[in-house]
Design a protein around this ligand. Structure first.
Ligand code: VG1
Ligand code: CO
Length: 543
């Protein structure tokens, strides 16, 4: 039975960098999720009888939310929903399913790398028919709608059984429960030289270690690395997906993936390690005793793309988010292709990918991807690296060091000050904005400021403008400091400070990045008065 339920707007439903993310308890308020879902549907046009994809990273509240969304999709007139078994789809798998089935769009339930569980975070976002996150114009329309919403539509029906693959009906709407892994695994296998990767993984010498962090990639990693590519059982650690990620913080970086880091930097370390985040779109790449920064990873993948069957014909172009290091720019210049600089967030790559202007893209925040999907893709990045290793038969460290010799090294680090009082964080940014016009030409230690601006992006495909995307401080020697506030947190504010220095001389390529960037770190603190504004002596996370 179709029900039209009266409701009142919640005023805080503004999507951030990647959808609406809040504490689980916020989503559990009566009507909260329903309001947002109806706001999505009200902002879309002509979807009657079309196909919607639904799935999430399996965190607490995923099951409840999926059932609500199915009943609302039926009540709003979708013809068919494709839903992952048990409501599970990694973010890249959801993107794959939308594209493969030419669906109208999809709803992805995830708060990505944020902790899960009853006390953790939950999130929801809409992806369009290209498989990518909704563009800003749409997320703004959804937010505007959420502020005036009066009613939502839902079918009164019993829950759909999502345990088994197969077809059922919900009112007039078909519900197809699909295997969460198949199509995605097939797509990835079509991109890489799987025979060579299999040879590498089964030669008895090479050792691989994957950390799924008790999040969504467990099933995907078991299937691909162990079952399909022959890695020994046990290669995938923490492969069991848990609603609270085992109490962990499923963020694949040096701080939160410390067990994998300990393994790769310990005695008898494996040759290659990778970890993925809550929803499977982020990756961290490690070699034996070696950490590959995400910015370097993008550059190395681009420089070696021709070793991978799917990219053998070469790259159309590369894009990176603005705070990502300029290592990829050097590869693009070398290859004679364009390099685009976009605001933070994967949605800004979509138009460039759709228009065929780029083939690879990436972010410093452990995100790498290509035109095979419209989301970043953790497992894809690990396979790309394995393909390169299988062909080049060198260690990760040797490949990256050779890369630096050829292109120079972009020393890079990000300092996060998490959970700040929101007013303090905004005051710091406002202060920087007011300083901007005065900084040009100023000398700090051996660094002279060549420019300072608040990054504004004009999309080269649709001409849309996104302003105030982060304050950039550039220096005459090519170094940069970027300041911006996170748009994915659910508590207080997080200040991110991104630091980068270019070092052409190979004799100076073996420094610890924190030491190599010491002066810039001090300049950032001085210019932005970080300690005064945040009342913090040190960052909470350094990556
Ligand atoms: C962060 C990252 C950004 C990434 C976004 C979503 O955003 O910095 O690069 O695209 O998370 O990633 P912010 O606004 O907190 O800096 V995910 O894996 O959370 O979907
Ligand atoms: Co993620």
């Amino acid at each position: 039975m179709l029900q039209t339920i009266s409701t009142q707007p919640f005023l805080d439903q503004q999507p951030g960098t990647s959808g609406l993310r809040k504490k689980v308890s916020v989503f559990q308020q009566p009507h909260y999720l329903e309001n947002f879902v109806q706001s999505i549907f009200d902002s879309l046009k002509e979807f009657a009888r079309k196909t919607l994809v639904v799935g999430g990273d399996g965190r607490y509240y995923n099951r409840t939310a999926v059932q609500i969304i199915l009943k609302m999709a039926a009540a709003n007139g979708f013809g068919r929903v494709l839903v992952g078994r048990d409501g599970i789809l990694s973010t890249p798998a959801a993107s794959c399913i939308i594209r493969k089935n030419q669906a109208f769009g999809g709803i992805i339930l995830s708060a990505s790398h944020n902790p899960g569980g009853v006390k953790g975070d939950f999130g929801i976002k809409y992806n369009s028919g290209n498989g990518g996150p909704a563009l800003e114009s749409l997320t703004e329309a959804i937010f505007a709608r959420s502020q005036t919403i009066q009613v939502y539509k839902i079918l009164a029906a019993t829950d759909v059984d999502l345990n088994k693959v197969g077809l059922t009906k919900l009112g007039e709407m078909a519900v197809e429960v699909i295997d969460s892994v198949n199509d995605y695994a097939q797509l990835l296998e079509s991109l890489f030289d799987c025979d060579r990767i299999r040879e590498l993984l089964t030669n008895g010498r090479f050792r691989l270690s994957i950390d799924a962090m008790h999040a969504v990639t467990g099933a995907y990693a078991h299937r691909l690395f162990e079952q399909r590519l022959g890695a020994t059982l046990g290669t995938v650690q923490k492969g069991e997906s848990l609603e609270d990620f085992g109490g962990g913080h499923p963020d694949p970086n040096l701080v939160y993936a410390h067990e994998l880091v300990a393994r790769l930097f310990g005695d008898n370390a494996p040759d290659f390690g990778a970890a993925f985040d809550g929803d499977g779109d982020r990756n961290m790449i490690l070699g034996r005793n070696f950490f590959v920064t995400p910015s370097d990873s993008l550059a190395v993948l681009a420089a070696n793309a021709k070793l991978v069957p799917a990219y053998r014909a070469g790259l159309a172009g590369i894009a990176r988010s603005m705070p990502t290091s300029q290592a990829a720019d050097r590869v693009a210049a070398h290859l004679g292709i364009d390099c685009y600089e976009t605001p933070t967030g994967w949605k800004y790559f979509g138009n460039l990918l759709d228009a065929g202007k780029i083939t690879l893209c990436g972010e410093e925040s452990f995100g790498t991807g290509s035109n095979h999907l419209r989301e970043k893709d953790g497992v894809w990045a690990a396979l790309f690296w394995l393909n390169i290793l299988a062909v080049r038969q060198q260690s990760v460290a040797a490949i990256v060091q050779e890369h630096w010799q050829m292109f120079g090294r972009n020393y890079y680090t990000r300092h996060d000050y998490e959970n700040l009082e929101s007013d303090r964080a905004h005051a710091l940014i406002q202060n920087l904005q007011s300083l901007m016009p005065t900084l040009r030409g100023k000398q700090f230690r051996s660094y002279q400021v060549s420019g300072c601006d608040d990054f504004s992006y004009t999309d080269p495909v649709d001409g849309s403008i996104s302003a105030q995307q982060g304050i950039r401080l550039s220096f005459t020697n090519g170094s940069r400091i970027v300041f911006r506030l996170s748009g994915t947190g659910t508590q207080g504010a997080t200040l991110r400070v991104y630091l980068e220095r270019y070092e052409p001389n190979a004799a100076h390529h073996r420094l610890n990045p924190q030491a190599a960037l010491k002066d810039l770190i001090a300049i950032a603190a001085e210019v932005a008065q970080i300690h005064a504004f945040t009342a913090r002596a040190t960052p909470t996370v350094i990556t």
